[in-house]
Design a protein around this ligand. Structure first.
Ligand SMILES: [Cu+2]
Length: 114
């Protein structure tokens, strides 16, 4: 009987905590054009914890970036803007040509037609 009460209580606590967690943390995966590990370094460094990005991982093979962030501090579009600011195109926001041209030669990925 006591075990049952504990079980019911923990289910209750778990259920009330779950929506709160969803609000403070969000995860998204989207395309970021790039080439190599140097690109990976630049892309991931552009996203900072102090801005609300909790985790980030760009895959050099699939060119997909997975970010985990706090929606109260940063939006998905703002994240994409930060990546464009360091020279990399995303599915939504494109980098400025002059920023792109400053990238290392090996990092100048093939851009999709404008
Ligand atoms: Cu590169």
């Amino acid at each position: 009987m006591k075990n049952l009460i504990i079980l019911l209580l923990s289910v209750l606590v778990f259920n009330t905590m779950l929506p709160a967690q969803e609000k403070t943390r969000k995860s998204e995966t989207f395309k970021v054009y790039g080439n190599c590990e140097m690109c990976q370094e630049t892309i991931e460094t552009a996203l900072k914890k102090k801005d609300g990005v909790l985790a980030k991982s760009w895959d050099t093979q699939t060119k997909m970036l997975t970010v985990s962030y706090e929606p109260s501090k940063i939006t998905l579009t703002e994240i994409k803007q930060k990546i464009a600011d360091v020279g990399y195109d995303t599915d939504e926001i494109k980098a400025k040509a002059e920023t792109y041209n400053k990238l290392h030669k090996c990092c100048q990925y093939k851009r999709s037609e404008k």
